[in-house]
Each structure stands twice: as structure tokens, then as C-alpha cells.
Design a binder for this molecule. Structure first.
Ligand SMILES: C[S@@+](CC[C@H](N)C(=O)[O-])C[C@H]1O[C@@H](n2cnc3c(N)ncnc32)[C@H](O)[C@@H]1O
Length: 285
């Protein structure tokens, strides 16, 4: 599938797109916590960046289209502020017919070990639709049932499936490893989200051949997932070096050589695989 990407401020490019032309926006803005690409370090700065972009993205979204804003926490001197709270309020204030359909919790199991609070190991994705008559293909992202093929054994439904044979709804808690040092998808970008996360949203929230947008493209993860799933992609990235990374990944996605971690690949089990670092509790039993 084709893509169109721009190296520059998304606010300069978004107004040039046709209104009501985008099926799905999936993006993760800077959290304003002092990362290499952050220009602000306050919540006010976060809103200053996000508000005009939310307004533009909403304008460009088709009626029935979706917008997913993926965020974590803003941290200020050890105090955390959940950004989805701020984003939700901004959407409801700025976008007249935006309806929140899910607050998806992305749990990544590993990460920094905090000493003075519980380690933060989840972020969220706010999925908004433009209006009530929206595109949602649940069947494309169903997951394995606990007892696949289970049937009623008595009553008037005897012999029929007692669960959906296509699989179950994946729910709104997604356990997917984040992209850290040894991850097969790791690039020079400090904060990529995994392709598997983007793939599930692209498949379920945009039609085949539809247009997927990411105004904060980073290393191009949304774009890679969009191309792999047969959608058109539009992306913008301010930094030249991240833009180059994204461009390379999109070419690999297009020619089928991009390495990625499938969503249903089991997480590494050190006990089964022969541990490098030994777990004292597991090793004793
Ligand atoms: C959290 S990262 C996105 C990472 C991305 N989801 C991925 O998987 O690689 C946010 C990105 O937005 C870019 N950015 C910040 N302000 C921007 C703007 N006004 N226009 C375009 N890109 C911007 C930053 O350079 C950074 O790469």
C-alpha cells in the first residue's frame, strides 16, 4: 500500500488534507517529560501542543471514523498526572461529536523498577469515534477462546457452539511487551509503541484500503502496521533523524522485510528456556 510522509510540523501539513478524509488516526504525542523530542515540560505545554492538533485531526476525520490517542503519564518531581484525563477533557471540549468508546489499558509487564512507588507499567489508549455510526470490525481481532470449540451438551442448543467459534473479544486490557533494548522492533527512537498494538487498532478500526493518519509519527510504527494491513498511510514527523528511521521502516513494511513481534507470541519464560539471569524463587522449587 502507498504512503505519504512529511518531515516537519504536523500543524503545517494537517490543514492541507481534505476535510473528512481520514478513517483512523492512531498517534502518541510527546508527554512533555523532558525526552529528547519534548519542547515543553509542563501540563500547560502538553495542552498547548495537543489542542490545535486534536482540532485539526477531528476536522480531517470521516463521520464514523476513529481517533486513538495513546498516552502515559506526565511526571513532575515524582508526582504523576495521568494524561488520558487531560486528553479526554480536551476532546470533549473541542470536538462536538467525539464519543469515547474504550479506554484501553496497555500493560507491558516490564520496565523501570521504582523504589518509592509501584513501578508504572501501563499506558492507555483513548479510542474516540466521530459520531455514533462508526466502523468497528471485531471479528478481525478476536483472540483464542479458553476452551475453543466448546458446545452446549444439553437443552435446546445442544451441539451448538456455546462460545463464538471465531474467538473472543480481546477486551480492553492488552498485555503486549513494550519496545526496549532487545526487542526485535527497537530503533533509535526512544519511545516507539509496538507494531502489534497498532495492528490490532488498524485492523479493527479502519476498512481495507482506508486512510490511516499519524501526526506524531516517530519511528513510523502506525504507518508500518497500516501498510502491513493494506491501508494507506499519512504521517508527519518533526525530527529529521526520526523521520529517516520511519522512512526506512515503511519501505521494509512495504516489501515485507520489516521484523516485528506478533501479538500472540508467548512472552519469554526463563524457566523453560534456560535462564541467563537466575530467579532465586523459581530456581529453588
Ligand atoms: C511519542 S513519539 C511517537 C512515537 C511513535 N508512536 C512510534 O511508535 O515511533 C512523539 C513524536 O512526535 C514528534 N513531534 C513532536 N511535535 C511534533 C509536531 N508538531 N509535528 C510532528 N511531529 C512532532 C516527536 O519528534 C516524536 O518523535
Amino acid at each position: 500500500m502507498s504512503y505519504n510522509i512529511f518531515n516537519g510540523d504536523c500543524l503545517k501539513v494537517l490543514p492541507t488534507l481534505d476535510d473528512e478524509s481520514v478513517d483512523l488516526t492512531l498517534t502518541s504525542p510527546p508527554y512533555c517529560i523532558g525526552k529528547a523530542y519534548d519542547v515543553h515540560t509542563t501540563i500547560e505545554g502538553f495542552l498547548e501542543i495537543n489542542e490545535p492538533i486534536i482540532k485539526e485531526v477531528y476536522k480531517k476525520t470521516k463521520a464514523g471514523g476513529s481517533i486513538c490517542w495513546q498516552v502515559g503519564h506526565h511526571v513532575n518531581k515524582g508526582e504523576i498526572i495521568p494524561l488520558d484525563f487531560i486528553v479526554y477533557e480536551a476532546f470533549k471540549r473541542l470536538c462536538p461529536d467525539a464519543k469515547l468508546r474504550n479506554r484501553i489499558v496497555w500493560h507491558f509487564e516490564h520496565g523501570a523498577n521504582c523504589r518509592n512507588r509501584f513501578s508504572g507499567r501501563h499506558e492507555t489508549i483513548l479510542w474516540f469515534t466521530k459520531g455514533d455510526n462508526y466502523y468497528f470490525d471485531l471479528d478481525s481481532v478476536r483472540v483464542k477462546q479458553k476452551y475453543p470449540g466448546k458446545k452446549y451438551y444439553q437443552g435446546n442448543k445442544k451441539g451448538e457452539y456455546s462460545c463464538n467459534p471465531l474467538g473472543k473479544n480481546p477486551g480492553d486490557l492488552w498485555v503486549i511487551p513494550n519496545v526496549k533494548a532487545n526487542h526485535v522492533e527497537k530503533t533509535g527512537h526512544p519511545c516507539q509503541f509496538p507494531i502489534a498494538l497498532a495492528q490490532r487498532l488498524v485492523k479493527s478500526l479502519s476498512p481495507n484500503g482506508g486512510i490511516v493518519l499519524d501526526p506524531f509519527m516517530g519511528a513510523g510504527t502506525t504507518g508500518a502496521a497500516a501498510i502491513m494491513e493494506g491501508r494507506e498511510f499519512l504521517g508527519m514527523e518533526l525530527s529529521e533523524s526520526y523521520f529517516k528511521i520511519a522512512k526506512k521502516r515503511l519501505v521494509s513494511a512495504q516489501n515485507g522485510t520489516l521484523q516485528y513481534r506478533e501479538i500472540d507470541r508467548p512472552v519469554f519464560d526463563p524457566k523453560k528456556a534456560g535462564a541467563v539471569g537466575r530467579n532465586p524463587v523459581i530456581d529453588e522449587v
